[in-house]
Design a protein. Structure first.
Length: 276
């Protein structure tokens, strides 16, 4: 079995239906699908039961949060690679999985772009992706789990998701896997998934939890040279922001100037007309 798709759901029936249509329409078929429902009361359980022939495993029971549910899926999965496509999220096209696995893959982590909301919006997350990741790429961002394919065996040595984190445990796992356990990875340069734009991980709470976790995780990996690099990156980012704001001020000033010139011209024209 090449792939295990794990879907976590809690009272998101419409999102689950959307994910269902995306998964079952894939032309690639060497996968199993596991649905971990947190004891939904909105009809999700009944929908799962109605389509249970599509699932290698499913359950509907209270859990201790999204990462507890994702860990349940990991333990039950049998595929070589794992993908976490939670309810409301979907693959970018019916050929997505076929494109990812059109050739033999051997790296620990495959990752690509996620589009937030819809392909029409074209809001891509993260905004920067690289073929070679540096520690500061993971410091400032993460790999979207919807667009990542992780070798199942890596969860045996890196460990399962940290259930004490409410929002950013997948980011924490990627940091540990790549920086500490030297997991190999490959960037796939196209959009893999479309994320539901109301996801909790897109909120300000995610940023706050990331900041807290950075202080816990990164001292284990960062050297004095890295700290120096981080300061340089911060200075560069501040410089870029300053340039951006300066450009905005210039544009506004030019528009105000043009408005005043147009206004003066209009008043002069009116006076000339009156004199005539």
């Amino acid at each position: 079995m090449k792939l295990s798709i794990i879907t976590v759901n809690l009272n998101n029936l419409e999102g689950l239906k959307k994910t269902y249509e995306s998964v079952v329409s894939q032309t690639f078929t060497d996968y199993e699908w596991l649905v971990i429902d947190g004891g939904s009361t909105d009809g999700s359980r009944e929908f799962i039961e109605q389509h249970q022939d599509k699932f290698a495993y499913w359950c509907s029971e209270p859990d201790k949060g999204i990462y507890n549910a994702m860990n349940k899926g990991i333990v039950k999965a049998k595929g070589e690679y794992l993908n976490f496509m939670n309810s409301g999220d979907c693959f970018a096209s019916v050929e997505t999985l076929a494109g990812v696995f059109e050739k033999e893959r051997t790296v620990d982590i495959l990752y690509g772009y996620s589009c937030i909301g819809s392909l029409k919006k074209r809001i891509v997350h993260p905004t920067t992706m690289k073929y070679k990741l540096q520690w500061h790429d993971l410091y400032y961002g993460s790999l979207p789990h919807q667009s990542s394919f992780i070798k199942r065996e890596r969860f045996f040595d890196v460990g399962l998701y940290d259930e004490t984190c409410r929002i950013v445990s997948d980011w924490k796992w990627f940091v540990s896997a790549i920086l500490n356990y030297k997991a190999t990875y490959e960037f796939i340069p196209y959009i893999i998934s479309i994320m539901q734009d109301a996801g909790i991980s897109l909120s300000e709470k995610c940023s706050l939890e990331c900041q807290q976790q950075r202080g816990v995780i990164f001292p284990n990996y960062i050297t004095n040279d890295d700290i120096h690099d981080l300061r340089k990156i911060s200075i560069i980012q501040s410089y870029k922001l300053s340039r951006f704001l300066f450009r905005i001020v210039i544009v506004i000033a030019l528009r105000i100037k043009k408005y005043k010139q147009d206004n003066i011209y209009q008043r002069l024209s009116t006076k000339i007309e009156r004199l005539q």
